[in-house]
Write a protein that binds this ligand. Sequence first.
Ligand code: 9UX
Length: 70
Amino acid sequence: APTSTELAITGMTCASCAMRIEKKLNRLEGVTATVNYATENAHVRHSPDVSAQTLVATVEGLGYGATPPS
Ligand code: 9UX
């Protein structure tokens, strides 16, 4: 069954940033992501084979910050 992970996103300065992150996350196998610029949050449904750390690293690779739930 898919897992849901919420990420707090930092560093977005326009709505297109959210789209950039969303598209990059959605390129990962088994990942469906929506990124909300206004709330600075990503909602990700993903295979259990995809770790939260992989999601974080993907966001960080674009130059933004991502924090999973503690
Ligand atoms: Mo908006 Mo974000 O011009 O990387 S896309 S700042």
